[in-house]
Design a protein around this ligand. Structure first.
Ligand SMILES: NC(=O)c1ccc[n+]([C@@H]2O[C@H](COP(=O)([O-])OP(=O)(O)OC[C@H]3O[C@@H](n4cnc5c(N)ncnc54)[C@H](OP(=O)(O)O)[C@@H]3O)[C@@H](O)[C@H]2O)c1
Length: 244
């Protein structure tokens, strides 16, 4: 299959690219940092893997990227949309420009790519978009406001699009992750935090069996959902304890 992966330069996206290329898929990896993409190209040394530098937050750049792939007759079967940032926009004070930037990357960055690809998926009468969601949508985060806000809007939009396009054989899937051991997760390593390779493995399962919403890993995401029964104050205290 042909698979486009945004956020390919590190973490879960990088691990996913490694596994997809090992399974003989044709992969285009997208991110902003060329040195990290170059390192991955060197590591994989595969003609089935190419990279493109692209800031998905910029609508024109994202459209040009997709169009340039289509011109080369490279229409993906699947787009895994993982590009995201999680800076702290509430300490020492609420930072509105940063809040907007997070929304631009994590929410619009996903939909710039979806908007560019959807007409081609409709023409070929198949396709799958996989967005990477977060449990932060359920309780907010002690680390910032923009990130949970962006992921909440992403989830709501993906959930709305999924039933609309299913009859057209286009799947909108969201994988909701608990903490995964990447640079984005600033908490402690524990048995509750799988590696990016394990997270990538789970995305492969969703590729083979598309479903609108899925949770990974089961234990931490179930505990998190159970935590909705806790008072907010206690939850905030416990989550701050978990951060470094
Ligand atoms: N790790 C966790 O605990 C966790 C939990 C829940 C959900 N998730 C989600 O999983 C996904 C992957 O996160 P991760 O943990 O693997 O984090 P990560 O290692 O920081 O990866 C984020 C990726 O997004 C790319 N990116 C950021 N801004 C971009 C932009 N404007 N345009 C293009 N690419 C951009 C980064 O590459 P460049 O900097 O090179 O552009 C990087 O490759 C994210 O959507 C995240 O929200 C992670």
């Amino acid at each position: 299959m042909k698979i486009l992966v945004t956020g390919a330069s590190s973490g879960i996206g990088r691990a996913l690219v490694q596994q997809l290329v090992a399974q003989n898929h044709e992969v285009v990896g997208i991110a902003r940092r060329e040195p990290e993409l170059a390192a991955l190209r060197e590591e994989l040394t595969s003609p089935r893997f190419i990279t493109r530098v692209c800031d998905v937050a910029d609508p024109q750049t994202a459209l040009q990227l997709v169009n340039s792939l289509i011109e080369q007759n490279w229409i993906p079967d699947i787009a895994v949309l993982g590009a995201a940032i999680f800076p702290d926009d509430i300490r020492p004070a609420f930072d509105l420009p940063l809040f907007k930037k997070i929304i631009e990357v994590n929410l619009f960055g996903v939909f710039h790519v979806i908007n560019a690809l959807l007409p081609h998926f409709l023409t070929q009468r198949r396709g799958q978009f996989i967005a990477l969601g977060s449990m932060a949508v359920y309780r907010g985060s002690a680390r910032g406001a923009g990130y949970p806000a962006s992921k909440a809007a992403l989830l709501a939009a993906m959930k709305s699009l999924a039933p609309c396009y299913r009859q057209k054989n286009i799947h909108f899937s969201t994988v909701i992750f608990g903490p995964i051991l990447t640079s984005m997760w600033e908490g402690k390593k524990s048995f509750l935090t799988p590696t990016p390779e394990q997270a990538a493995d789970y995305i492969l399962r969703v590729i083979h069996r598309p479903k609108p919403i899925s949770y990974y890993p089961l234990l931490s995401t179930s505990l998190y959902r159970l935590s909705l029964l806790l008072p907010d104050k206690l939850f905030v205290y416990l989550s701050e304890k978990m951060l470094k």
